[in-house]
Design a protein around this ligand. Structure first.
Ligand SMILES: Cc1cc2nc3c(=O)[nH]c(=O)nc-3n(C[C@H](O)[C@H](O)[C@H](O)COP(=O)(O)O)c2cc1C
Length: 310
C-alpha cells in the first residue's frame, strides 16, 4: 500500500506471521529515469524473503528495465499493478487503465516475463466500471503470457475504495484460470479471511487496509486459518505497545521528525475505538520526536485502567 507498506511496516507484518509482503507501488518511469537515486521505497531487508516488489507503468521499456532492476535488488517476485485508480496513474495508461486494454496487458507481461528469472505476478481489479467488468478476459490473457499468480481486488476502478468488493468475481476468476488466485478486499477479521477462502476457492488471501494500525489482525488470522482457534484481540496496553515499537522502528529508519510524522496516520488506526483518548491523539499528532511519543504512550501502556477501556 502506497504510503504505508514501507520496510518498517513490512518487517512488523512478517513478525505477525505474514507469508508474503509487497512493497508500495514503484513507478517504472521513476526508476528508469533516475536509477541511481536512492529510493527508500525500494529498501528490502536482507532477511525479508519472500518479498514482492510492485511496479507500475505503461511503457514496456521502462517496465522491463525496472523489473530487472528490482530483481537485482533481491525481489523474489515482480508484481505489476493493474488496479490503481488514482487519476494521475490512469492518465498515463498505467494502473487500472490497463483493464481497458487487455492486449496491452499481454504485451507487458510477455516482455517483463522474458526479461527476468523471478516470477511475474499481477494485481488488478474487476474492471473499469460496472458496465465493463472484464477481469476474466484480462486474467486469461495474463495466464496465457505466463503470469505466476493473480491478485484480485474485486472493485471496479470507478468504485475507488467505496462500496462492497464483490467476492463472486474472485470465484469466477478462480474458476477461469489455473494459476493461483490471491483474493483481496474487505477482510477485517480472521473470520472474513476464512469466508473468502471458502466462498471463492481462492488460493491465498491478501489483507491491505485492515492491517493499518491493526497489524495484530495478521497474527490472529494466521492462527485462525491454521488452527480454527480464534485468539482474543489484544488488550489496549498490548496494542499501544505495538504502536510504540512501530514508532521506535520508524524513527530509527526515517529519523526525526519524518519518523514521528509518518506515524500519524498509523496512530489513528492504532487508537481506533480507544475511548477518551482525544488528548493522547492530539499529542501524538504533534509529536516530532521519539521522546515525545514515548512520553505520551508509556503512561497509558503502564496504566491498568486501559484494560477496562476496550
Ligand atoms: C492507503 C492505501 C494505499 C494503497 N496502495 C496500493 C498500492 O500501492 N498497490 C496496490 O496494488 N494496491 C494498493 N492499495 C489497494 C489495496 O492493496 C487493496 O487492494 C484494497 O485496499 C482492498 O483491500 P483491503 O480491503 O484489504 O484494503 C492501497 C490501498 C490503500 C488504502
Amino acid at each position: 500500500m502506497a504510503g504505508v507498506t514501507d520496510l518498517v511496516y513490512r518487517r512488523l507484518a512478517r513478525r505477525m506471521g505474514c507469508a508474503l509482503t509487497y512493497t508500495e507501488f514503484v513507478s517504472a518511469a521513476g526508476v528508469f529515469f533516475n536509477p541511481n537515486k536512492h529510493q527508500p521505497i525500494l529498501d528490502i531487508d536482507s532477511d525479508e524473503h519472500p518479498v514482492s516488489v510492485q511496479i507500475f507503468g505503461n511503457d514496456i521499456e521502462q517496465l522491463v528495465f525496472t523489473a530487472q532492476f528490482v530483481e537485482r535488488l533481491g525481489a523474489d517476485i515482480v508484481d505489476i499493478n493493474m488496479g490503481c485508480p488514482v487519476p494521475k496513474v490512469v492518465k498515463s495508461g498505467a494502473g487500472a487503465a490497463l483493464l481497458k486494454n487487455p492486449a496491452r496487458v499481454g504485451e507487458i507481461i510477455r516482455a517483463v516475463k522474458a526479461a527476468v528469472r523471478i516470477p511475474v505476478t499481477l494485481k488488478t481489479r474487476s474492471g473499469w466500471d460496472k458496465e465493463n467488468i472484464n477481469v476474466i478476459e484480462v486474467a486469461r490473457v495474463a495466464e496465457a503470457e505466463g503470469v505466476a499468480a493473480i491478485a484480485l481486488h474485486p472493485r471496479t476502478r470507478s468504485m475507488g475504495h467505496d462500496g462492497t468488493p464483490d467476492w463472486t468475481v474472485i470465484r469466477e476468476v478462480k474458476q477461469a484460470v489455473s494459476v493461483p488466485v490471491i483474493g483481496n478486499g474487505g477482510i477485517r477479521s480472521p473470520q472474513d479471511a476464512r469466508r473468502m477462502l471458502a466462498d471463492t476457492g481462492c488460493d491465498f488471501i491478501m489483507i491491505g487496509s485492515g492491517t493499518i494500525g491493526n497489524l495484530d489482525l495478521i497474527r490472529r488470522t494466521v492462527h485462525y486459518l491454521e488452527s480454527e482457534v480464534l485468539l482474543p484481540e489484544w488488550s489496549w496496553p498490548e496494542r499501544l505497545q505495538l504502536a510504540l515499537e512501530h514508532a521506535r522502528e520508524n524513527c530509527a529508519y526515517w529519523g526525526e521528525p519524518k519518523g514521528p510524522r509518518e506515524m500519524r496516520t498509523l496512530f489513528s488506526g492504532y487508537l481506533k475505538g480507544f475511548q477518551g483518548a482525544a488528548a493522547l491523539r492530539q499529542q501524538l499528532n504533534q509529536a516530532e520526536t521519539l521522546a515525545a511519543i514515548e512520553a505520551s504512550l508509556l503512561p497509558w501502556i503502564k496504566s491498568n485502567a486501559l484494560i477496562s477501556m476496550t
